[in-house]
Design a protein around this ligand. Structure first.
Ligand code: ATP
Length: 263
């Protein structure tokens, strides 16, 4: 069997924040390889460095030590090869849904007709047909995140980085958004890294769940999730799913207790 293509290679990555007299080691010795088109979830107790890791991959933060390679080149700044979606809605309030989705393509100098066509395709995929000319203030939280996902995908990045994208949504909407994202991922064939606090979400979506430990942030365990694709929400009540969940809960619980004892 041929070796799978590595999209991201994270090697000996550490990050230290210096604040006046305090030094915070957010990440220590992270090593992780993510395959092309893989879906990886990152799970861990609050403060274990999940967002810092994602921000370094996004080029928004620089490592103190170590490297992150994308397609063999070191990441030193943000780039069109990575698209990010955050928990807080980051749409431009003065632009319509259509113009928000077109934004990155416009920056790249793509002709108007071409970018409008691509935006329309993604509007359809994320189920927002009829809302092309709406402004963000007229949209629900779930709709705004669908626009944010469409905007990230429309730029055609290699890697999508999602930081708690559904964190502000109610349970029901969140669950539907997970299915939508899986469907979009399956069609778009991107590499996805999803940071989440939600154990069910991490397992349901991913090929592998990376469980982190804190103080300093390290990889504690990687759980391969062996459910076939496409996945249906019914797997969430299967015995196998509950076994994965029990394993993750145990790992996270120990970490959360460690964090609380350190307070
Ligand atoms: N810009 C910064 N300056 C100083 N410290 C920082 C900065 N960013 C993060 N930290 C610290 O680094 C550690 C990891 O933070 P990070 O936000 O990456 O954790 P997290 O796992 O994403 O947390 P949460 O799940 O609560 O969002 C924390 O102790 C945090 O206080």
């Amino acid at each position: 069997m041929s070796k799978p293509v590595q999209k991201l290679v994270i090697s000996s990555l550490s990050k230290t924040f210096k604040q006046k007299e305090r030094t915070i080691q957010a990440l220590s010795e992270i090593n992780l390889e993510v395959r092309d088109k893989e879906f990886v979830s990152i799970l861990g107790a609050s403060g274990c460095g999940k967002s810092t890791l994602l921000r370094i991959i996004g080029g928004l933060e620089t490592p103190s030590e170590g490297t992150v390679l994308i397609n063999g080149s070191e990441i030193v700044d943000p780039g069109a090869d990575r698209g990010m979606v955050f928990q807080s809605y980051t749409l431009f309030p003065w632009l319509t849904v259509q113009k928000n989705i077109e934004f990155g393509m416009r920056e790249k100098g793509m002709p108007a007709l071409e970018r409008a066509k691509i935006a329309e395709e993604y509007i359809e995929i994320v189920g927002l047909k009829g809302f092309e000319n709406a402004y963000p203030k007229a949209l629900s939280g779930g709709m705004k995140q669908r626009v944010a996902i469409a905007r990230a995908l429309a730029n055609d990045p290699d890697v999508i980085l999602l930081d708690e994208p559904f964190g502000a949504l109610d349970m029901q909407t969140r669950s539907l958004m997970q299915e939508l994202l899986l469907d979009v991922w399956q069609r778009s064939q991107k590499t996805v890294i999803l940071v989440t606090h939600d154990i069910d979400e991490a397992i349901f979506m991913a090929d592998r769940v990376v469980v982190m430990e804190s103080r300093p942030g390290k990889i504690k365990e990687i759980i391969p999730i062996e459910f076939p694709r496409p996945r249906d929400y019914h797997i969430k009540t299967s015995k196998k799913f509950l076994d994965y969940k029990a394993q993750a809960v145990e790992l996270i619980r120990n970490e959360t207790l460690k964090g609380m004892n350190a307070l």
